[in-house]
Design a binder for this molecule. Structure first.
Ligand code: NAD
Length: 276
């Protein structure tokens, strides 16, 4: 029987050997992870959470050269190896090379979090003639995720296993007001659909999921004036911004063996914003 190019006959036994202790399933001990955009914000906090869950090798990819942040992690988690790789996810060749290098050094990669992203800062599209910013947002937020997915997918296929997690956004589901950001919405909707497409293409050997954060307190939205931020909180049922740490449970679950049947899913962590 064949479905979506997957030979059902070659799939592994239907039920993996699961530990009897539910908490053990959430441990990342002996696993290796890669996180893009891990030098600050949400990516940094995911790095910290994975290290707390026992990850043995962590590769942080970023282009910001934020060594002090990486050194803080090294001091906090001396038992894990934490490598930093300078790479611009907009550059297909750089992404290919860095993922191949990490693969050689780590031998296996269990978890890949494609999280690096930027905001659209220009405002309403109709007032803009800013092709450069449109393409830049697409290049980081969508193409950068695609380059990562393509290269890690080859490794997951060879290994016969792997979990790819992409950071989408509430903007993948709705249109933010009053700060309009068409390019960002389009890029993040693309990420959501890329994830679902790959979940089906790669079902035999990998899991692919997204996390959709709502308004989270990071430097990404520093440019937004306070009155606009206040109107966001008013539109969020929880009435406030989220802290990056409040996203970690979702990223940990999707990375872990507690999620062996979870693929093609999106977890919204948005204080209820998309439910209104
Ligand atoms: P942030 O600006 O604090 O961190 C983003 C990180 O990505 C930085 O370390 C930056 O150097 C890195 N980065 C950006 N462009 C890169 C590139 N071309 N190559 C390599 N690294 C690059 O932002 P954040 O809030 O932590 O955002 C992380 C992800 O979460 C992004 O994909 C963002 O779109 C998404 N997100 C954020 C929010 C929010 O409210 N903060 C909401 C929804 C989704």
């Amino acid at each position: 029987v064949s479905i979506c190019n997957t030979d059902i006959g070659s799939l592994p036994a239907p039920f993996p050997q699961l530990s009897s202790n539910i908490l053990d399933l959430f441990l990342l001990t002996n696993k290796h992870a890669v996180i893009t955009g891990g030098a600050r914000g949400i990516g940094y906090v995911i790095s910290e959470a994975y290290l707390q869950a026992g990850i043995s090798k962590l590769a942080i990819i970023d282009y910001s050269n934020n060594e002090p942040a990486i050194n803080r992690l090294r001091e906090q988690f001396p038992k894990s190896s934490i490598n930093y790789y300078d790479c611009d996810v907009r550059k297909a060749e750089q992404v290919k090379n860095v993922i191949e290098t990490i693969h050689k050094e780590f031998e296996t990669i269990d978890i890949f979090v494609a999280n690096a992203g930027i905001a659209w800062t220009s405002g309403p599209l109709i007032d803009q003639d800013n092709d450069d910013e449109w393409h830049n947002v697409m290049n980081v937020d969508l193409n950068g995720v695609y380059y990562c997915a393509k290269n890690i997918g080859k490794i997951f296929r060879q290994q016969g296993k792997g979990s790819l997690i992409m950071t989408a956004s509430m903007s993948a589901h709705i249109v933010n007001v009053p700060q309009l950001q068409a390019a960002y919405n389009v890029a993040k909707a693309g990420v959501l659909h890329l994830s679902k497409s790959l979940a089906i293409e790669w079902a035999a050997f990998a899991r692919v999921n997204t996390v959709s954060p709502g308004y989270i307190a990071t430097e990404l939205s520093d440019f937004v004036p306070d009155d606009i931020k206040n109107s966001w909180y008013a539109l969020t049922p929880k009435g406030r911004q989220g802290a990056p740490r409040e996203l970690c449970g979702a990223y940990l679950y999707l990375a872990s063996d507690a999620a062996t049947f979870t693929t093609g899913s999106d977890i919204k962590v948005d204080g209820g914003y998309c439910s209104v």
